[in-house]
Design a protein around this ligand. Sequence first.
Ligand code: FAD
Length: 384
Amino acid sequence: MTSTARAQDVIVVGAGVIGLSIAWQQARLGNPVHVVDRATSGAGASGVPWGALWPTAATKNGLGHRLHRESLWQFETFVRELEEASGLSIGFNRPGRLELLSNDSRRQAAIRESQAAQQYWPTFSNEPVQRVLTRKEALELEPAVTVEDWGALACDASACVDTGTLLAALRSSIIRQGGVIDDDSEVRDLWIDGNRVCGVVTDRPIPARSVVVAGGAWTSSIAPELAASTDIVPVKGEVIILQSKEKLFSRILKRSRTYMIPLPAGRVLVGSTSYPDAGFDSVPTEEGRDALFASAVSMVPALSSAKIESQWVGHRPQSISKSPYLGEVPGTARLYVASGHFKIGLAMAPVVGQLMGKILDGEPIEHDLSVFQPGRPPRTSSLK
Ligand SMILES: Cc1cc2nc3c(=O)[nH]c(=O)nc-3n(C[C@H](O)[C@H](O)[C@H](O)COP(=O)(O)OP(=O)(O)OC[C@H]3O[C@@H](n4cnc5c(N)ncnc54)[C@H](O)[C@@H]3O)c2cc1C
């Protein structure tokens, strides 16, 4: 295959939050970067309207957990730098989180987690970064919330981000730094010569020195080399947005598998459902909508009069072997994968952009990333 176009240093396949974060890092380093997406940013999982960014328990210390927290701690810097580079403002704040405890064993675990968090985590307010509250203390903070006798875990390190504004700022920053983003440009194949990648094929061949595939839930199906070295599948999930007459709570709330993010103007995001066997089905379900609404009302009874404004469906990229992929594909030089971040891809975006920058430049990395290597043998431990 031949092409007269000048080879870009890096082509990134996928303009979701992971692909854009990698491309932004490349653009800042002065490397010519070209992002291609078969639709546009937000067409995949990164279209979830707001993301909750909360740290995994301080008692969990696998590499994935540590990188996740490292990424969360830098979100203020990530947002500020992007705002400066793009001239756009990003909806981001760190309102804290209240996890409503519903049995004694969870309360005991929350006490252990809080002790570890106070020892190792940075602080974000005048309060301890994480603490277990009695029912009375929790109700003083959030009077509209249903709190049971086991009280609540308060985590001041929890944050949330408006993904629409984050993606817009990433795109603008990349373009301002001379990067190219092609929407509506589907990668149909990789351009491979012998044992190295030379670019991608859309409706034309596009040459590149390196190709990074950040195709979300579609990653493994983009080319045979990716199917052979990764095992990423879609996990359908939904959130709903409620509109209430007044603001009823100010922290992120969580109980069991449901969480709520307080949004501006009395709106609330309620998440999330999970359908591991639904493939790429993208039809919103009545069952999911009703279950999320019922959970929201049980946590905050005054939401019973709220209107359901919208329901959003997306596909989380999950690797069957439970860890994300970050690294070079064995047997195909300069072909890289960054995908499989499942439920925490928004949170992981800053650190994944930085790590992929180092991998592409062959810089030393302080962590042993072999657990994220494409083509790795099957394993069972999970990131989250
Ligand atoms: C219901 C739900 C709630 C969530 N909530 C949170 C949360 O609160 N916090 C959090 O951190 N994470 C959350 N997530 C997870 C997060 O959304 C994902 O981990 C993250 O968005 C993945 O980003 P990505 O860039 O890897 O993939 P995507 O955003 O899916 O991007 C992949 C891109 O690749 C493109 N593409 C695919 N195939 C091709 C091709 N052949 N050629 C060119 N382009 C292609 C697609 O069009 C898409 O734009 C949630 C996910 C869901 C579904």
